[in-house]
Design a protein around this ligand. Structure first.
Ligand code: ATP
Ligand code: LTN
Length: 354
């Protein structure tokens, strides 16, 4: 039953800036794909919008994890957000588990999400498929997209800037929002995935047919970490798998995926047009020149980030203060929306209410 006492947030697009929310799991060390596909864009657009950026630690336990590594990496991801240029005075930066509304909303939303929607998710099939037994796959891995939907919907985010691989999850968030709105009345804004035109899918240097991913960080030569030293970056890029030809042009041909990946990385970092990028390599003497140039721009892009990261990690108490402040500001928004969800669904709220 909907009554007049319902506490509905004003979410009309005319009266507020566009809201943005995104997050990254602290499930491994962040890499060049995370940076070019997500963080770099967040930083570039931050002052145009009202933003919320979280470190999604609850998502990072959907696969088996090491508690001490999780603790370290959670602060590490926060430090990388700030080191990359996110301004915590403007964008609340917070740890997902600090705003308990996310986990609570996930239960509520899970009860209106059909099982079939979750079983169809590519990431679930991919990650569950790597295990040889369903006994080893957690229920959390299946429910992962419901929690992600709540991360987004609790903030009435209009835009969710992510890499290509997360598009399906953002679309599912829309479906969940629509279903909830239909069942209980207009509650959620429908979010849109914002996928960068270039850099949305950085491929592994060891195998350009596979997306660069933290899950493969144990494979030698697969990725460049955001905090790698210049020598390490150079070594990885110099060894990148290419092909036996020598043509340095953008191409959709799967056989040229390695070269295409290197050119794409060079393009996002330099901000040049594809024609200018190809012109830069018109006189190259083979892939060696291309790799040196890519290594150089990557090293220079990441150098200040690594330096700032080290400074931030030297003062963890200041970082914890920033995260506590972020959680307070984010919590105010998320808790109001959670309350609205509960009212709409018919819960008796503590202290009265509808
Ligand atoms: P995992 O292997 O643990 O799933 P991941 O490396 O795929 O991790 P996520 O934490 O899933 O990274 O993703 C964080 C953000 O980085 C998301 O917005 C995602 O779309 C983006 N991203 C991840 N990998 C890439 C990639 N190779 N290219 C471009 N964007 C990427
Ligand atoms: N599933 C996302 C991480 C994530 C996220 C979010 C991204 C969790 N909650 C909310 C955007 C908005 C991933 O990148 N693997």
């Amino acid at each position: 039953m909907q009554t007049e006492t319902l506490t509905v947030e004003d979410t009309s697009a005319e009266t507020r800036k566009r809201r943005v929310l995104s997050g990254i799991q602290p499930s491994g060390d962040l890499h060049l794909g995370n940076y070019l596909g997500a963080i770099k864009r967040w930083v570039e657009r931050q002052y145009e919008k009202e933003n919320y950026f979280c470190i999604v630690d609850l998502h990072a336990i959907t696969l088996p994890h090491d508690p001490e590594a999780l603790r370290q990496r959670t602060r590490g991801v926060a430090a990388l957000y700030i080191a990359s240029g996110l301004d915590p005075d403007h964008c609340p930066i917070f740890i997902q588990s600090h705003v308990t509304a996310h986990a609570e909303a996930c239960w509520l939303a899970g009860c209106v999400t059909p099982l079939g929607w979750l079983e169809r998710m590519t990431q679930y099939k991919d990650k569950a498929g790597r295990s040889d037994s369903s006994e080893r796959i957690s229920t959390g891995l299946l429910a992962y997209p419901v929690l992600m939907a709540c991360d987004i919907l609790l903030y009435s985010a209009d835009e969710v800037p992510v890499g290509e691989d997360q598009k399906q999850h953002v679309e599912l968030s829309r479906d969940i929002a629509q279903r909830f709105n239909h069942m209980f009345g207009e509650t959620f804004v429908l979010p849109e995935p914002m996928i960068p035109e270039i850099g949305a899918r950085v491929m592994g240097f060891d195998d350009p047919s596979r997306k660069m991913s933290k899950s493969y960080e144990h494979i030698r030569g697969h990725l460049v970490k955001m905090v790698d030293e210049p020598k390490e970056i150079e070594r990885t890029i110099k060894r990148a798998v290419t092909d036996s030809g020598n043509e340095i042009v953008f191409s959709e041909d799967p056989a040229k995926a390695g070269v295409n990946n290197l050119l794409g990385i060079y393009q996002v970092i330099t901000g040049k047009t594809p024609e200018r990028v190809e012109a830069d390599f018109a006189n190259a003497r083979g892939y060696g020149d291309l790799k040196s140039a890519v290594a150089e721009v990557v090293i220079e892009e990441l150098r200040p980030i690594r330096e700032r990261y080290n400074e931030i990690m030297d003062d963890v108490s200041e970082l914890d203060r920033i995260l506590a402040d972020g959680a307070d500001r984010a919590g105010a928004v998320a808790n109001a929306k959670l309350r609205e969800m509960k009212e709409r669904m018919g819960f008796v709220l503590p202290g009265g209410g509808s």
